[in-house]
Design a protein around this ligand. Structure first.
Ligand code: HGY
Ligand code: MN
Ligand code: MN
Length: 417
């Protein structure tokens, strides 16, 4: 019989992972392949080995901890998430799913219950776009949407390419093609993640089951106006790149607020003003656009509308706006059979739950391209995430793990979905 997940175990792992942090005075920062992230990787791998898992890594650093089943040649069951973070983040986004997966595999192993399909907890490389500006590098490569050629073009702020970082770390890039996962290799995947919104908390529910994962479209925007004197240039003679950028951001916000999809967001998160001087009219502004939607069609409509509006701003303000599309990802519908397994697990354990849309994207968005996926959410305090104030009670994670362990076990013994 499966025991209950141990919240103290979960807390110990999370607290230890959180010590691998480059900004201990301001939240948690663990950027891909920096010293602290590499140390965190080594720690997680050592803990997986202590659990008796067989540990391996692929050529982009996706880590796999395998609990071998009685029929190891059958397609695998997956769980897992990520351990890299945005800047000055919290300690649960991604880590809850990695540690939760490890605890689930511990419970399954110690239960002595026979299970057929091997079950793997996966640490996906670089779910966050923090270092190379593109999200989900590990799972994107698994789905065949990131090639070795792409790694030569992805550069960090020091102009270092992902390819050179992987090479320096000793990853075998001759095997980069082997990262791709073919349909049929994995039977199904369940990711546990913090909700990163406040809906569970508002309803007083400990667990959410995700029906759709929103997908991002990201742009790098450059607005070119005319740098000039803040006092000597009359208001009517200006081509102010910053006020033009502000107008575009407010148009974007308005379009998202009136969008008719079930869930849509739009954010300008990063802004660079050039020359960024008190008495100089900005001649150039670079900023990011992040648009999410649970439907590809409504996201596309919003983008088409935005581009039309940007043209009007260009004419009215005499500025030039260049949009570079970084990625244009497709929302992922979760697999109904696995969703039903999660629902039955909650109902059997008398755990109240709600069906949800994930405004955040996750590796499951790409994993779902080669295997059926579903996700379990646990509550975020005040709905805060991507912030030092991110918090999820360890007991809530443990409850999510109870649902996860039971569901993974069921998947492992299931003939077909
Ligand atoms: O931005 C996201 O949705 C994810 O948390 N990286
Ligand atoms: Mn995140
Ligand atoms: Mn995440």
């Amino acid at each position: 019989m499966l025991k209950k997940a141990n919240a103290a175990n979960i807390q110990n792992w999370l607290d230890k992972i959180n010590t691998y942090n480059s900004t201990p005075d301001f939240g948690t920062t663990r950027v891909l392949f920096t010293e602290c992230e590499i140390e965190a990787r080594e720690y997680v791998k050592s803990e997986m080995k202590k659990l008796g898992l067989i540990v391996r890594e692929d050529s982009i650093g996706n880590i796999f901890g395998t609990l071998v089943g009685s029929q190891p040649n059958l397609p695998l069951v997956w769980t897992g998430s990520h351990i890299d973070t945005v800047l000055n983040a919290g300690m649960f986004d991604g880590m809850a799913g990695v540690v939760g997966g490890m605890e689930a595999l511990r419970l399954i192993k110690e239960s002595g219950i026979k299970f057929n399909r091997s079950i793997e907890v996966v640490v996906y490389t670089s779910e966050e776009p923090t270092r190379f500006g593109l999200c989900c590098l590990g799972s994107r490569a698994m789905a065949g949407h990131l090639t070795l050629e792409d790694t030569k073009k992805l550069k960090d702020e020091n102009e270092k390419t992902l390819e050179s970082v992987l090479t320096d770390l000793g990853y075998d890039l001759d095997k980069f093609k082997d990262i791709q996962v073919k349909k049929g290799q994995v039977f199904g995947a369940i990711e546990l993640h913090i909700e990163q919104n406040n809906k569970l908390e508002k309803k007083g529910l400990p667990v959410g089951i995700v029906k759709t994962i929103c997908a991002p479209t990201n742009y790098s925007v450059e607005v070119i106006g005319c740098q000039s004197h803040a006092g000597g240039t009359s208001m009517e003679d200006r081509r102010d790149a910053y006020t033009a950028s502000c107008e575009i951001a407010l148009i974007l916000e308005k379009l998202a607020l009136k969008c008719n999809s079930e869930y849509n967001t739009a954010t300008v998160g990063r802004v660079e003003v050039i020359p960024n001087a008190v008495n100089v009219i900005p001649g150039k502004v670079k900023f990011s656009i992040d648009i999410r939607d649970c439907e590809f069609e409504t996201k596309t409509e919003l983008i088409e509308e935005l581009i039309k509006e940007i043209k009007k701003v260009e004419e009215k303000r005499g500025v030039e706006v260049n949009l570079i599309k970084e990625n244009n990802d497709v929302p992922m519908k979760c697999d109904q059979t696995i969703v039903d397994i999660l629902r039955e697990s909650c109902e059997e354990k008398k755990i109240p739950y709600d069906m949800m849309i994930s405004g955040a994207y996750h590796d499951s968005m790409f994993v779902g391209e080669f295997t059926p996926v579903a996700m379990i959410f646990v509550p975020s305090k005040n709905g805060i995430s991507h912030s030092p104030d991110e918090w999820t009670d360890y007991e809530d994670i443990a409850l999510g793990v109870d649902v996860l362990a039971k569901s993974l076990l069921e998947l492992s013994n299931k003939e077909k979905l």
